[in-house]
Design a protein around this ligand. Structure first.
Ligand SMILES: [Zn+2]
Length: 330
């Protein structure tokens, strides 16, 4: 079974990742089905990115813009931002990952008032590295640029830049294409669950696997992953104040709206979600002329039950989205 490299949908090229032992078999299958294709060895690219030496000293926004940080460096950067902007930034521990790393939320503009919250989290899929840097860049930009003062007077942002620290570290040190968490199971040669199939809403129904070795293993039960439990608990504590939820993934250049657990099924206020999605897309287009498509996740992508945006929507968070960020060469 080939692995989705990007989040593909019908009207685009599909990008798949296959291991080198499967190349001949895949070529025969593609030819037999009259499918045109290109194959590329992505190993050199993967190792070039990974082997950059980590430098000593304080982590700055230049590092965030130029390289992928280790989990420890990400946390150093957040501490640096919290120290530099103590009135605007508070760090909050939401819980621990399976291997005991802190799941840290950055609360921006938390002035004790009850203003609405926009929640943004990133990196539930370990190999989607750009999502972590985008979240860190967002934190820094919002607090360091005066243009966002008005925004912070009216809303509070909660940003969780690394929702899967174990998986991320594993993708840096062992397997660049690792996607899941790093939980271990007794008597199994495979570990980890797809945390974005582990949320407690239509859990385990469509677009998931119940096999521990699958890339889309949904876990042994809803919220079996400690990362998901920490996030759902934290969101539920203040869910009536959270008006927007965005999960950052890569890649596809899409703004996806619920429901995603099945196809051709939409929330009753779907027109509002489409309208705000399109406003986000045109705001993005205004900066770099980058075109984001606004699509329903179940119809445009494929049904995937137990995803975070569906769950957030089910908890009454009106504007819930998944954003598939841009690939490097588009
Ligand atoms: Zn993803």
């Amino acid at each position: 079974m080939p692995d989705f490299l990007g989040e593909n949908w019908k009207q685009k090229q599909a990008h798949y990742f296959i291991d080198k032992d499967s190349v001949d078999k895949v070529k025969i299958n593609l030819a037999a089905n009259n499918i045109t294709y290109q194959m590329r060895d992505v190993n050199p690219q993967i190792f070039k990115v990974r082997r950059r030496r980590d430098l000593n000293g304080a982590i700055t926004i230049n590092d965030v813009n130029n390289r992928y940080l280790s989990y420890d460096e990400q946390m150093q950067f957040l501490n640096f931002v919290a120290q530099k902007y103590p009135d605007d930034v508070k760090l909050q521990k939401l819980g621990n990952s399976y291997e005991g790393r802190s799941i840290t939320a950055v609360r921006i503009g938390d002035d004790g008032s009850s203003k609405p919250i926009v929640w943004i989290d990133a990196g539930v899929h370990a190999r989607e590295w750009i999502s972590y840097n985008v979240a860190l860049y967002l934190v820094y930009t919002i607090v360091s640029q005066p243009a966002y003062r008005d925004l912070l007077n009216s809303v509070q942002l909660v940003v969780v830049p690394n929702t899967n620290p174990d998986g991320y570290e594993y993708s840096r040190t062992n397997d660049r294409m690792w996607r899941k968490t790093r939980s271990r199971f007794t008597n199994s040669r495979c570990g980890g669950a797809d945390a974005n199939r582990n949320y407690p809403f239509y859990w385990g129904t469509q677009g998931v696997s119940h096999s521990q070795c699958s890339e889309i293993f949904c876990g042994s039960r809803p919220q079996s992953e400690p990362e998901v439990l920490a996030l759902t608990n934290a969101i539920q504590r203040e869910e009536t104040r959270i008006k927007g939820y965005i999960a950052l993934h890569s890649y596809g250049q899409e703004i996806l709206y619920p429901w995603g657990h099945t196809q051709r099924t939409y929330p009753s206020d779907v027109q509002d979600l489409i309208q705000v999605g399109k406003a986000m897309a045109s705001a993005i287009r205004a900066v770099n002329n980058t075109d984001y498509n606004v699509v329903n996740s179940g119809d445009g992508l494929y049904p995937a039950a137990g995803a975070s945006d569906d769950w957030a929507k089910s908890r009454g968070i009106k504007y819930s989205y998944t954003i598939e960020l841009s690939p490097i060469d588009d």
